[in-house]
Design a protein. Structure first.
Length: 380
């Protein structure tokens, strides 16, 4: 046989598969009607497990794994189709409807905002890009920023979550599991690190360099120029600049911003020392209450899923079935629970999309525990 003959045979088989798939989905829709009448849940986990075991036993061993994957996906699509028919509400869908109704049409120009660090911190710069006239309160740790928002001391908080060079800010993701909050907006800030010193300090005099751990990671290649200098992590790049300014020593330096040089009376010994010129940090603006402003086209979720093969694939399959793009997936250990993880997802989907609303109604079916963190737009 020629290649075209094989392809022709494949096309014929695909036509039969498609016809049977359509019929299967139609029957799944009829089952949805039956479940509505009887008040039954869409997901019957025991039935699905038994069916998958039976399918594996019926299939030749060399195709066993493939058949399991195929029918797992088909079942995901069936459940999605049933949920679309049933239009079942969830606490999330009701909260989203209320937020869309009650949130003002314009993002506030001024507000009381919590940031980590001291005056001159990049969090403050991000805050001023989000708000026209923010009243910023600085706290010594990310944990205190979350707490200030959670307790209502500040209406908003601005927190860094990832950098284009150094990656995720793990400490922040760990705190996300601990605190209750909602994301109302995000912003990306161009990060430009500079080596700041007291006026008159020469490069060969530098014995200590202070900065935040993320900034240190973003300047790894540059720091190799100072093999004898001690690299000292601190809470914030602005704190690093302030530490140098207040130090009685002359051989100290900080990796920090140009704004901090002016703010703390320091000299820029070397400018733009980050390893990558394309260096951006993404910040999220958090609140205690759910607020959804017009134009929200990003959604963030946290989920705990069963520790079984294929469960994460099932979640991703549901996104795929609904045509929802995922642009971030992060896993972090759950404090106090060995070998259990919380998965964090950033999704590209408009809050007004029917597929988004359907997904929110299905979250209880695809994971053991979930938290809807909010829908928002991003300022670039």
């Amino acid at each position: 046989m020629e290649l075209k003959d094989y392809r022709q045979e494949i096309d014929g088989i695909d036509g039969q598969v498609l016809e049977l798939f359509v019929r299967r989905m139609e029957i799944a829709g009829e089952i949805a009607g039956y479940k509505r009448e009887k008040g039954l849940p869409v997901l019957d986990l025991q039935r699905e497990r038994e069916k998958l075991r039976r399918i594996e036993s019926m299939c030749p061993e060399e195709f066993s794994d493939y058949s399991f994957t195929l029918f797992s996906m088909i079942m995901e699509l069936s459940r999605s189709h049933q949920n679309r028919i049933l239009h079942r509400e969830s606490p999330e869908t009701r909260a989203i409807e209320a937020a869309l109704r009650d949130t003002p049409q314009l993002f506030p120009e001024k507000a009381i905002v919590a940031c980590q660090g001291v005056e001159g911190a990049y969090s403050g710069i991000a805050c001023e890009k989000l708000f026209t006239r923010p009243n910023i309160f600085y706290f010594s740790s990310f944990d205190k920023v979350f707490s200030a928002v959670e307790k209502g001391l500040c209406r908003y908080g601005v927190i860094p979550v990832e950098n284009s060079t150094a990656g995720t800010v793990n400490a922040v993701y760990d705190l996300m599991v601990k605190h209750s909050f909602r994301i109302v907006r995000s912003v990306r800030i161009k990060v430009d690190h500079n080596l700041l010193v007291k006026p008159g300090t020469r490069p060969e005099e530098i014995r200590e360099i202070y900065s935040h751990g993320q900034a240190i990671a973003q300047c790894t290649a540059f720091l190799q120029r100072f093999p004898n200098a001690k690299i000292i992590p601190c809470e914030n790049t602005a704190v690093a600049a302030k530490t140098v300014a207040e130090s009685g020593e002359t051989g100290v330096a900080a990796l920090s911003s140009r704004a901090c040089a002016k703010l703390y009376g320091l000299e820029i010994l070397m400018s733009s020392v980050q390893d990558s010129a394309d260096n951006y940090t993404r910040f999220i603006c958090i609140s205690r209450n759910l607020e959804i402003y017009p134009g929200a086209d990003h959604t963030s979720l946290m989920m705990v899923i069963r520790d079984e093969p294929g469960t994460l694939c099932g979640v991703l399959s549901r996104f795929y079935a609904l045509g929802i793009n995922m642009h971030k997936l992060e896993s972090r250990p759950i404090p106090g629970k060995s070998w259990e993880y919380m998965f964090y997802f950033d999704l590209d989907t408009s809050v007004y999309s029917p597929k988004f609303i359907q997904l929110m109604g299905e979250l209880g079916d695809i994971c053991e525990q979930h938290e809807y963190l909010g829908s928002y737009s991003e300022v670039v």
